[in-house]
Design a protein around this ligand. Structure first.
Ligand code: FEO
Length: 399
Protein backbone atom coordinates (compact mmCIF):
# COMPACT_ATOMS: atom_id res chain seq x y z
CA UNK A 1 0.00 0.00 0.00
CA UNK A 2 1.28 3.47 -0.85
CA UNK A 3 -0.21 6.80 0.19
CA UNK A 4 -0.42 9.15 -2.78
CA UNK A 5 -2.07 12.00 -0.86
CA UNK A 6 -3.95 12.47 2.38
CA UNK A 7 -7.04 10.84 0.81
CA UNK A 8 -5.74 8.74 -2.07
CA UNK A 9 -3.98 5.41 -1.71
CA UNK A 10 -2.50 2.93 -4.15
CA UNK A 11 -2.96 -0.74 -3.44
CA UNK A 12 -1.05 -2.00 -6.44
CA UNK A 13 -0.08 -5.66 -6.43
CA UNK A 14 3.39 -6.20 -7.87
CA UNK A 15 4.00 -9.19 -10.11
CA UNK A 16 7.63 -8.87 -11.16
CA UNK A 17 7.93 -12.44 -12.42
CA UNK A 18 5.16 -12.37 -14.99
CA UNK A 19 6.53 -12.99 -18.47
CA UNK A 20 3.36 -13.39 -20.56
CA UNK A 21 0.18 -11.38 -20.04
CA UNK A 22 -3.17 -12.47 -21.46
CA UNK A 23 -1.51 -15.06 -23.70
CA UNK A 24 -0.35 -12.51 -26.26
CA UNK A 25 1.89 -9.97 -24.53
CA UNK A 26 5.49 -10.38 -23.47
CA UNK A 27 6.06 -8.86 -20.03
CA UNK A 28 9.81 -8.82 -19.62
CA UNK A 29 9.51 -6.18 -16.89
CA UNK A 30 6.69 -7.91 -15.00
CA UNK A 31 3.53 -5.97 -14.20
CA UNK A 32 1.44 -4.52 -11.43
CA UNK A 33 -2.32 -4.73 -10.88
CA UNK A 34 -3.19 -1.30 -9.57
CA UNK A 35 -6.17 -0.47 -7.46
CA UNK A 36 -6.83 2.78 -5.61
CA UNK A 37 -8.71 3.96 -2.55
CA UNK A 38 -10.24 7.43 -2.23
CA UNK A 39 -11.35 8.34 1.26
CA UNK A 40 -13.96 11.08 1.29
CA UNK A 41 -15.34 12.70 4.43
CA UNK A 42 -18.64 10.82 4.01
CA UNK A 43 -17.73 7.72 2.07
CA UNK A 44 -14.79 5.71 0.78
CA UNK A 45 -14.47 4.36 -2.73
CA UNK A 46 -12.20 1.65 -4.13
CA UNK A 47 -11.31 2.04 -7.78
CA UNK A 48 -10.92 -1.32 -9.53
CA UNK A 49 -9.76 -4.50 -7.82
CA UNK A 50 -7.03 -6.96 -8.81
CA UNK A 51 -6.15 -10.22 -10.52
CA UNK A 52 -7.86 -13.12 -8.70
CA UNK A 53 -4.54 -14.95 -8.40
CA UNK A 54 -3.49 -12.30 -5.87
CA UNK A 55 -6.76 -12.15 -3.95
CA UNK A 56 -5.24 -12.80 -0.52
CA UNK A 57 -2.46 -10.26 -0.94
CA UNK A 58 -4.88 -7.74 -2.40
CA UNK A 59 -7.18 -8.15 0.60
CA UNK A 60 -4.28 -7.26 2.92
CA UNK A 61 -3.26 -4.24 0.85
CA UNK A 62 -6.82 -3.03 0.63
CA UNK A 63 -7.50 -3.35 4.35
CA UNK A 64 -4.35 -1.34 5.03
CA UNK A 65 -5.40 1.41 2.63
CA UNK A 66 -8.91 1.53 4.08
CA UNK A 67 -7.59 2.06 7.59
CA UNK A 68 -10.55 0.31 9.18
CA UNK A 69 -13.23 2.00 7.07
CA UNK A 70 -15.72 -0.06 5.09
CA UNK A 71 -15.83 1.07 1.48
CA UNK A 72 -19.21 2.29 0.32
CA UNK A 73 -18.39 2.02 -3.37
CA UNK A 74 -16.35 -0.05 -5.76
CA UNK A 75 -15.79 1.84 -9.00
CA UNK A 76 -15.37 -0.56 -11.92
CA UNK A 77 -13.69 1.26 -14.79
CA UNK A 78 -13.34 -1.90 -16.86
CA UNK A 79 -14.27 -5.52 -16.30
CA UNK A 80 -11.27 -7.41 -17.63
CA UNK A 81 -10.54 -9.95 -14.88
CA UNK A 82 -7.13 -8.52 -13.99
CA UNK A 83 -9.13 -5.64 -12.46
CA UNK A 84 -12.41 -7.32 -11.62
CA UNK A 85 -11.12 -10.64 -10.31
CA UNK A 86 -11.58 -9.86 -6.61
CA UNK A 87 -15.08 -8.40 -6.71
CA UNK A 88 -16.77 -11.53 -5.42
CA UNK A 89 -14.55 -11.62 -2.34
CA UNK A 90 -15.08 -7.89 -1.78
CA UNK A 91 -18.84 -8.38 -1.79
CA UNK A 92 -18.47 -11.14 0.76
CA UNK A 93 -16.26 -8.98 2.97
CA UNK A 94 -18.47 -5.85 2.63
CA UNK A 95 -22.05 -6.93 1.81
CA UNK A 96 -23.22 -3.29 1.74
CA UNK A 97 -20.75 -2.41 -1.01
CA UNK A 98 -22.29 -0.76 -4.08
CA UNK A 99 -20.65 -1.34 -7.46
CA UNK A 100 -20.53 1.82 -9.54
CA UNK A 101 -20.09 1.23 -13.22
CA UNK A 102 -21.63 1.74 -16.66
CA UNK A 103 -24.28 -0.39 -18.31
CA UNK A 104 -21.89 -2.21 -20.64
CA UNK A 105 -19.62 -3.20 -17.79
CA UNK A 106 -22.61 -4.25 -15.70
CA UNK A 107 -23.53 -6.89 -18.27
CA UNK A 108 -20.03 -8.35 -18.05
CA UNK A 109 -20.01 -8.22 -14.28
CA UNK A 110 -23.07 -10.39 -14.03
CA UNK A 111 -21.15 -13.02 -15.98
CA UNK A 112 -17.96 -12.57 -13.97
CA UNK A 113 -19.38 -12.60 -10.46
CA UNK A 114 -22.26 -14.86 -11.49
CA UNK A 115 -24.82 -13.17 -9.28
CA UNK A 116 -28.16 -11.83 -10.42
CA UNK A 117 -28.49 -9.59 -7.38
CA UNK A 118 -25.39 -7.47 -7.85
CA UNK A 119 -25.71 -4.16 -5.98
CA UNK A 120 -25.18 -1.93 -9.01
CA UNK A 121 -25.27 1.82 -9.43
CA UNK A 122 -25.16 2.46 -13.18
CA UNK A 123 -23.61 5.74 -14.27
CA UNK A 124 -23.97 7.55 -17.57
CA UNK A 125 -21.35 9.60 -19.36
CA UNK A 126 -20.77 12.77 -17.30
CA UNK A 127 -22.21 11.43 -14.04
CA UNK A 128 -20.76 12.25 -10.63
CA UNK A 129 -20.69 10.65 -7.21
CA UNK A 130 -20.14 12.51 -3.95
CA UNK A 131 -17.93 11.07 -1.23
CA UNK A 132 -18.47 14.15 0.94
CA UNK A 133 -15.48 16.43 0.47
CA UNK A 134 -14.31 14.39 -2.49
CA UNK A 135 -16.16 13.82 -5.76
CA UNK A 136 -15.80 11.27 -8.50
CA UNK A 137 -16.69 12.17 -12.08
CA UNK A 138 -17.22 9.58 -14.78
CA UNK A 139 -16.80 9.68 -18.53
CA UNK A 140 -17.26 6.73 -20.82
CA UNK A 141 -14.24 5.85 -22.93
CA UNK A 142 -15.40 2.90 -25.04
CA UNK A 143 -12.83 0.65 -26.73
CA UNK A 144 -9.98 1.76 -24.56
CA UNK A 145 -9.66 -1.09 -24.89
CA UNK A 146 -12.88 -2.94 -24.12
CA UNK A 147 -16.35 -1.57 -24.91
CA UNK A 148 -16.98 -1.03 -21.20
CA UNK A 149 -14.06 1.24 -20.31
CA UNK A 150 -14.67 4.49 -18.46
CA UNK A 151 -12.54 7.20 -16.90
CA UNK A 152 -12.92 8.27 -13.28
CA UNK A 153 -11.70 11.70 -12.20
CA UNK A 154 -11.21 13.18 -8.76
CA UNK A 155 -11.43 16.95 -9.31
CA UNK A 156 -10.42 18.01 -5.78
CA UNK A 157 -7.03 16.40 -6.39
CA UNK A 158 -6.94 16.70 -10.18
CA UNK A 159 -6.35 12.98 -10.32
CA UNK A 160 -7.37 10.74 -13.20
CA UNK A 161 -8.04 7.03 -12.93
CA UNK A 162 -8.05 6.04 -16.62
CA UNK A 163 -8.02 2.26 -16.28
CA UNK A 164 -5.51 0.69 -18.70
CA UNK A 165 -4.89 3.93 -20.57
CA UNK A 166 -1.39 5.33 -19.92
CA UNK A 167 -0.50 2.07 -18.20
CA UNK A 168 2.19 -0.44 -18.99
CA UNK A 169 3.50 -3.78 -17.86
CA UNK A 170 6.35 -2.55 -15.75
CA UNK A 171 7.00 -3.37 -12.14
CA UNK A 172 8.99 -1.44 -9.60
CA UNK A 173 8.24 -1.03 -5.90
CA UNK A 174 8.40 2.78 -5.98
CA UNK A 175 4.90 3.15 -7.51
CA UNK A 176 5.52 6.76 -8.61
CA UNK A 177 7.13 7.77 -11.89
CA UNK A 178 9.65 9.80 -9.91
CA UNK A 179 11.06 6.51 -8.63
CA UNK A 180 11.48 4.71 -11.94
CA UNK A 181 14.99 3.25 -11.86
CA UNK A 182 15.14 2.04 -15.47
CA UNK A 183 13.52 4.76 -17.58
CA UNK A 184 14.47 3.24 -20.93
CA UNK A 185 12.76 -0.03 -19.97
CA UNK A 186 9.73 1.88 -18.78
CA UNK A 187 9.48 3.76 -22.07
CA UNK A 188 9.88 0.54 -24.04
CA UNK A 189 7.09 -0.98 -22.00
CA UNK A 190 4.79 2.04 -22.36
CA UNK A 191 5.07 1.95 -26.15
CA UNK A 192 4.71 -1.82 -26.40
CA UNK A 193 1.66 -1.70 -24.16
CA UNK A 194 0.13 1.02 -26.30
CA UNK A 195 0.80 -0.93 -29.50
CA UNK A 196 -0.67 -4.16 -28.16
CA UNK A 197 -3.64 -2.79 -26.25
CA UNK A 198 -4.60 0.45 -27.97
CA UNK A 199 -2.93 0.14 -31.37
CA UNK A 200 -6.07 -1.38 -32.92
CA UNK A 201 -8.20 1.55 -31.69
CA UNK A 202 -6.45 4.82 -32.65
CA UNK A 203 -9.71 6.64 -33.36
CA UNK A 204 -11.03 5.74 -29.93
CA UNK A 205 -7.76 6.88 -28.35
CA UNK A 206 -8.26 10.27 -29.99
CA UNK A 207 -11.84 10.42 -28.73
CA UNK A 208 -10.70 9.39 -25.26
CA UNK A 209 -8.05 12.09 -25.17
CA UNK A 210 -10.65 14.65 -26.23
CA UNK A 211 -12.73 13.63 -23.22
CA UNK A 212 -9.83 14.54 -20.95
CA UNK A 213 -9.26 17.96 -22.50
CA UNK A 214 -11.16 20.03 -19.94
CA UNK A 215 -9.87 18.20 -16.88
CA UNK A 216 -6.80 19.63 -15.17
CA UNK A 217 -4.67 16.61 -14.44
CA UNK A 218 -1.87 16.57 -11.90
CA UNK A 219 -1.74 12.82 -11.39
CA UNK A 220 -2.64 9.80 -13.52
CA UNK A 221 -3.30 6.54 -11.72
CA UNK A 222 -3.39 3.80 -14.37
CA UNK A 223 -4.28 0.17 -13.86
CA UNK A 224 -0.77 -1.10 -14.56
CA UNK A 225 2.65 0.38 -14.00
CA UNK A 226 3.77 3.60 -12.35
CA UNK A 227 1.55 6.46 -11.24
CA UNK A 228 2.33 9.45 -13.47
CA UNK A 229 2.79 12.92 -12.05
CA UNK A 230 2.85 16.38 -13.57
CA UNK A 231 6.37 17.61 -14.08
CA UNK A 232 7.71 14.08 -14.35
CA UNK A 233 6.22 11.71 -16.94
CA UNK A 234 2.57 12.73 -17.11
CA UNK A 235 2.92 15.28 -19.89
CA UNK A 236 5.09 12.95 -21.97
CA UNK A 237 2.55 10.13 -21.69
CA UNK A 238 -0.30 12.42 -22.81
CA UNK A 239 1.76 13.69 -25.75
CA UNK A 240 2.86 10.20 -26.72
CA UNK A 241 -0.71 8.91 -26.83
CA UNK A 242 -1.73 11.88 -28.96
CA UNK A 243 1.14 11.29 -31.37
CA UNK A 244 0.82 7.50 -31.57
CA UNK A 245 -2.91 7.66 -32.27
CA UNK A 246 -2.78 10.52 -34.78
CA UNK A 247 -3.59 9.57 -38.37
CA UNK A 248 -0.41 9.28 -40.38
CA UNK A 249 -0.18 11.43 -43.50
CA UNK A 250 0.62 9.20 -46.48
CA UNK A 251 1.84 10.15 -49.87
CA UNK A 252 2.21 6.72 -51.43
CA UNK A 253 0.06 3.64 -51.05
CA UNK A 254 1.56 0.89 -48.94
CA UNK A 255 1.16 -2.44 -50.71
CA UNK A 256 3.65 -4.92 -49.25
CA UNK A 257 4.12 -8.33 -50.85
CA UNK A 258 4.90 -10.95 -48.21
CA UNK A 259 6.06 -14.31 -49.39
CA UNK A 260 7.96 -17.50 -48.65
CA UNK A 261 9.84 -19.39 -51.31
CA UNK A 262 11.69 -22.69 -51.28
CA UNK A 263 13.23 -22.57 -54.75
CA UNK A 264 12.63 -18.99 -55.88
CA UNK A 265 9.48 -19.65 -57.90
CA UNK A 266 7.06 -17.83 -55.62
CA UNK A 267 9.60 -15.01 -55.42
CA UNK A 268 9.57 -14.69 -59.22
CA UNK A 269 5.81 -14.44 -59.13
CA UNK A 270 6.07 -11.79 -56.44
CA UNK A 271 8.48 -9.74 -58.54
CA UNK A 272 6.20 -9.93 -61.58
CA UNK A 273 3.12 -9.03 -59.54
CA UNK A 274 5.00 -6.08 -58.04
CA UNK A 275 5.82 -4.82 -61.54
CA UNK A 276 2.13 -4.94 -62.34
CA UNK A 277 1.29 -2.96 -59.20
CA UNK A 278 3.90 -0.33 -60.06
CA UNK A 279 2.43 0.01 -63.53
CA UNK A 280 -0.71 1.38 -61.84
CA UNK A 281 0.88 3.06 -58.80
CA UNK A 282 4.42 4.06 -59.83
CA UNK A 283 5.10 5.61 -56.41
CA UNK A 284 3.67 2.78 -54.35
CA UNK A 285 5.60 1.54 -51.36
CA UNK A 286 5.48 -2.11 -52.46
CA UNK A 287 8.38 -3.97 -50.87
CA UNK A 288 9.10 -7.64 -51.53
CA UNK A 289 9.37 -9.22 -48.10
CA UNK A 290 10.72 -12.74 -47.72
CA UNK A 291 9.20 -13.85 -44.43
CA UNK A 292 12.03 -16.30 -43.82
CA UNK A 293 14.46 -13.39 -43.54
CA UNK A 294 12.41 -10.75 -41.77
CA UNK A 295 11.51 -10.03 -38.17
CA UNK A 296 8.01 -11.44 -37.53
CA UNK A 297 6.85 -8.53 -35.37
CA UNK A 298 8.04 -5.98 -37.92
CA UNK A 299 6.20 -7.89 -40.62
CA UNK A 300 3.05 -7.92 -38.55
CA UNK A 301 3.27 -4.16 -38.20
CA UNK A 302 3.74 -3.72 -41.95
CA UNK A 303 0.73 -5.94 -42.58
CA UNK A 304 -1.47 -3.99 -40.22
CA UNK A 305 -0.33 -0.60 -41.52
CA UNK A 306 -0.79 -1.50 -45.18
CA UNK A 307 -3.36 -0.04 -47.54
CA UNK A 308 -3.52 -3.39 -49.32
CA UNK A 309 -1.30 -6.45 -49.24
CA UNK A 310 -0.44 -9.69 -51.01
CA UNK A 311 0.63 -13.04 -49.63
CA UNK A 312 2.71 -15.47 -51.67
CA UNK A 313 3.05 -19.01 -50.47
CA UNK A 314 4.44 -22.29 -51.71
CA UNK A 315 2.72 -25.50 -50.69
CA UNK A 316 4.69 -27.75 -48.36
CA UNK A 317 3.07 -30.94 -47.13
CA UNK A 318 -0.34 -29.77 -48.37
CA UNK A 319 -0.29 -26.46 -46.53
CA UNK A 320 1.26 -23.00 -46.39
CA UNK A 321 4.47 -23.01 -44.30
CA UNK A 322 4.70 -21.57 -40.77
CA UNK A 323 6.06 -18.08 -41.64
CA UNK A 324 2.79 -17.26 -43.44
CA UNK A 325 0.75 -18.41 -40.46
CA UNK A 326 3.04 -16.54 -38.08
CA UNK A 327 2.38 -13.38 -40.05
CA UNK A 328 -1.37 -13.91 -40.01
CA UNK A 329 -1.24 -14.64 -36.29
CA UNK A 330 -0.18 -10.99 -35.95
CA UNK A 331 -3.05 -9.70 -38.06
CA UNK A 332 -5.11 -6.95 -36.47
CA UNK A 333 -8.50 -8.52 -37.01
CA UNK A 334 -10.26 -5.37 -35.83
CA UNK A 335 -8.88 -3.18 -38.60
CA UNK A 336 -8.08 -5.57 -41.46
CA UNK A 337 -11.72 -6.01 -42.38
CA UNK A 338 -12.30 -4.82 -45.95
CA UNK A 339 -8.55 -4.41 -46.55
CA UNK A 340 -7.79 -5.36 -50.17
CA UNK A 341 -5.70 -8.53 -50.27
CA UNK A 342 -4.58 -11.12 -52.78
CA UNK A 343 -2.83 -14.49 -52.65
CA UNK A 344 -0.45 -16.18 -55.04
CA UNK A 345 2.09 -18.96 -55.11
CA UNK A 346 3.99 -21.60 -56.98
CA UNK A 347 3.37 -25.20 -56.12
CA UNK A 348 4.71 -28.60 -57.05
CA UNK A 349 2.15 -31.29 -56.26
CA UNK A 350 -1.28 -30.44 -55.01
CA UNK A 351 -0.98 -26.67 -54.26
CA UNK A 352 -3.28 -26.21 -51.26
CA UNK A 353 -1.17 -23.42 -49.68
CA UNK A 354 -2.71 -20.37 -51.43
CA UNK A 355 -6.24 -21.65 -50.89
CA UNK A 356 -5.64 -22.15 -47.19
CA UNK A 357 -4.24 -18.65 -46.84
CA UNK A 358 -7.21 -17.25 -48.77
CA UNK A 359 -9.56 -18.94 -46.31
CA UNK A 360 -7.80 -17.21 -43.43
CA UNK A 361 -8.17 -13.87 -45.20
CA UNK A 362 -11.85 -14.63 -45.58
CA UNK A 363 -12.07 -15.21 -41.82
CA UNK A 364 -10.38 -11.84 -41.29
CA UNK A 365 -13.03 -10.31 -43.57
CA UNK A 366 -10.41 -8.88 -45.91
CA UNK A 367 -11.53 -7.78 -49.36
CA UNK A 368 -10.07 -10.73 -51.24
CA UNK A 369 -9.15 -10.03 -54.85
CA UNK A 370 -10.07 -12.82 -57.27
CA UNK A 371 -9.01 -16.42 -56.73
CA UNK A 372 -5.42 -17.08 -55.62
CA UNK A 373 -3.02 -16.82 -58.53
CA UNK A 374 -1.24 -20.18 -58.71
CA UNK A 375 1.48 -21.48 -60.99
CA UNK A 376 2.86 -25.03 -61.15
CA UNK A 377 6.61 -25.11 -60.41
CA UNK A 378 8.81 -22.75 -62.46
CA UNK A 379 6.88 -19.79 -63.90
CA UNK A 380 7.26 -19.53 -67.67
CA UNK A 381 7.51 -16.19 -69.48
CA UNK A 382 3.78 -16.41 -70.10
CA UNK A 383 3.20 -17.18 -66.40
CA UNK A 384 5.20 -14.14 -65.40
CA UNK A 385 3.26 -11.96 -67.81
CA UNK A 386 0.03 -13.29 -66.33
CA UNK A 387 1.35 -12.57 -62.84
CA UNK A 388 2.17 -9.02 -63.90
CA UNK A 389 -1.39 -8.65 -65.19
CA UNK A 390 -2.68 -10.05 -61.90
CA UNK A 391 -0.73 -7.39 -59.99
CA UNK A 392 -1.96 -4.62 -62.29
CA UNK A 393 -5.56 -5.77 -61.99
CA UNK A 394 -5.26 -5.94 -58.19
CA UNK A 395 -3.86 -2.41 -58.06
CA UNK A 396 -6.52 -1.12 -60.43
CA UNK A 397 -9.20 -2.64 -58.23
CA UNK A 398 -8.02 -0.65 -55.20
CA UNK A 399 -7.40 2.60 -57.04
FE1 FEO B 1 -5.51 -4.41 -17.48
FE2 FEO B 1 -7.71 -4.47 -19.89
O1 FEO B 1 -7.09 -4.98 -18.25
Amino acid sequence: MKRLSERVFSTGILNPNLRVFDVIMRTEFGTSYNSYVVRGSEATAVIDSAHPRFAALYAEELEAALGGAAPAYLIVNHTEPDHSGCIAQMLERWPALTIVTNSVAAKNLRNIVNRDDLPLHIVQDGASLSLGDRTLLFRLAPFLHWPDTMFTYLPEEQTLFPCDVFGCHYCEPGVLDTHIAYPADYETSLRYYYDCIFGPFPGFVQKGLAKLADWEIQRICPSHGPVLTKGCRLEAALSAYAAWSAPEPRNAKRIPLFYCTAYGNTRRLAQAIRNGILSIFPDADAPLLDLSDEDPDAMGQRLNESDAFLLGTPTINRDAPPPLWNLLARADAVNLAKRPAAVFGSFGWSGEGPGHIALRLQMLKCAAFAEPHRVCLVPSAADLEAARDFGAAFAAAIK
